[in-house]
Design a protein around this ligand. Structure first.
Ligand SMILES: Nc1ncnc2c1ncn2[C@@H]1O[C@H](COP(=O)(O)OP(=O)(O)OP(=O)(O)O)[C@@H](O)[C@H]1O
Ligand SMILES: [Mg+2]
Length: 418
């Protein structure tokens, strides 16, 4: 009938469609949805998948390694889907390939973050714009401000109590660029506060009443509307109890064998979490999931609460905010926080392949800090003002990249031995 072409269908096709719709209604009434139809309807849409799609994906996960059964397998010939559609190629794949990489279909479902072009264009505009107002509230601690810029956009302005906070924020942003995960961070620019300068002229009075020192370098992070809280996903939420001195007692592993039963939406979120955990390990950022793990000592329900400095954008994508603890402050406090950060990294054995590849390249080139410096200087006009990592910090960065690489190899070997 497909071969007959559209021209000959006419009335027959109309009756066919009616029959199909009626049959689909009967199916849904019996709670036996047809996998291909649902999977296709959730397809590669960049929005949180529907309940139906979640059910479908869970069903697929109960048959690991098995191809999606064709509609004719039951012996009966079910009707074709009412709407011609692409075969649900991607969704039928298992969530992990090669033992340690998220499937391409899952990666394709990750809601887009800030594209490189979008970020570059906002940063250009923000650097040229004038700050037309500074408001308290909405951007965290009392020394931060919500700025309205003359181009109509808004930014959270962060003032560091000491220089290492702004340095950490800016360097972490560019390190995310080096790791290929920068789209998850709001575009970030440095700015020098100068009450007499043109950029700040409209807010001269507000500056007088602020705790900001004239000449200080602050960071401007693009404002993102309607962010919501994010609770750590199941693999880490199950964690219960941690000793004050020995760190987390047990972390549920995030590996290919542990994903059964998770919905597609959960898996898509885990794809982003795997990047976050690599990022936070490399930068030694303790001010996110790690700080929640730490708080387990006195708050057994902390993992059910919002994760610090992590939000969800309206399209479902995660937004990694406030990276000031990374690289500088975090490296200074390694002894205190690595007992949380390291087990957290070790608990993850599934990665985005592109992230693993960046890590491998940085490991092989043995010049992570030099590459970061190059990127920082190229992209941030005020890079020279705050200075860069010390030699010791640069070495720590390389060591941590190497550690992640070694961990990924370990996961690969483990997956191959199963
Ligand atoms: N770029 C942004 N877009 C939208 N909201 C933001 C942005 N930056 C910060 N916020 C809001 O302000 C809150 C605090 O931001 P941030 O973590 O950067 O500041 P903080 O001083 O460290 O505060 P906290 O101690 O609450 O973490 C965030 O949880 C978020 O609600
Ligand atoms: Mg914060």
């Amino acid at each position: 009938m497909r071969r007959a072409g559209l021209a000959g269908l006419g009335l027959v096709a109309g009756l066919w469609l009616l029959a199909v719709v009626a049959l689909a209604g009967l199916w849904s009434g019996r709670g036996a949805p047809e996998p291909g139809v649902e999977a296709t309807s959730s397809g590669r849409l960049l929005r949180p998948p529907s309940q139906a799609a979640q059910k479908t994906f869970r069903a697929l996960l109960t048959l690991p390694g098995q191809p999606l059964e064709g509609p004719g397998e039951s012996g009966q010939e079910p009707p074709p889907p009412p709407v011609p559609a692409d075969p649900p190629r991607g969704v039928a794949e298992p969530p992990v390939r090669g033992g340690i990489f998220w499937s391409r279909a899952l990666e394709a479902q990750v809601p887009p973050g800030f594209s490189a072009e979008e970020a570059a264009s906002w940063l250009r505009a923000a650097r040229e714009a004038r700050v037309v107002s500074l408001e308290r509230g909405g951007c965290g601690r009392s020394s931060n401000r919500l700025a309205r810029l003359s181009d109509g956009s808004r930014a959270c302005v962060r003032y560091g109590i000491n220089a290492e906070q702004i340095q950490g924020e800016a360097l972490s942003y560019h390190l995310a660029g080096l790791l290929g995960i920068q789209e998850r961070l709001p575009p970030l620019a440095l700015a020098r506060v100068e009450a007499r300068g043109g950029q700040w002229a409209p807010v001269r009075d507000e500056l007088r009443g602020s705790p900001w020192a004239d000449g200080a370098v602050v960071s401007l992070a693009r404002w993102v509307d309607n962010l919501t809280d994010v609770v750590a996903p199941a693999p880490w939420r199950a964690e219960a109890g941690a000793a004050a001195t020995s760190g987390p007692r047990r972390l549920q592993p995030l590996s290919a064998g542990e994903l059964r039963g998770l919905s597609q939406a959960q898996l898509v979120e885990l794809v982003q979490w795997s990047d976050l955990i690599v990022f936070d390990y490399v930068t030694a950022n303790f001010d996110r999931l790690v700080s929640n793990l730490f708080s387990l000592q006195w708050d057994p329900r902390v993992m059910q609460r919002a994760t610090s400095n992590l939000h969800r954008a309206p399209n479902g994508g995660l937004v990694f905010l406030d990276n000031e603890a990374g690289l500088v402050h975090g490296y200074r406090l390694l002894a205190m926080w690595d007992k949380y950060n390291e087990p957290l990294l070790r608990s993850v054995c599934v990665f985005r392949e592109a992230t693993a590849q960046r890590v491998r390249e940085l490991h092989r080139a043995r010049n992570a800090a030099a590459q970061l410096l190059h990127l920082y200087r190229t992209r941030e006009p005020l890079a020279g003002v705050l200075g860069f990592l010390s030699e010791q910090q640069a070495q720590l960065l390389q060591d941590r990249v190497d550690f992640v690489h070694k961990h990924i190899l370990h996961c690969k070997a483990k997956a191959a031995s199963l």
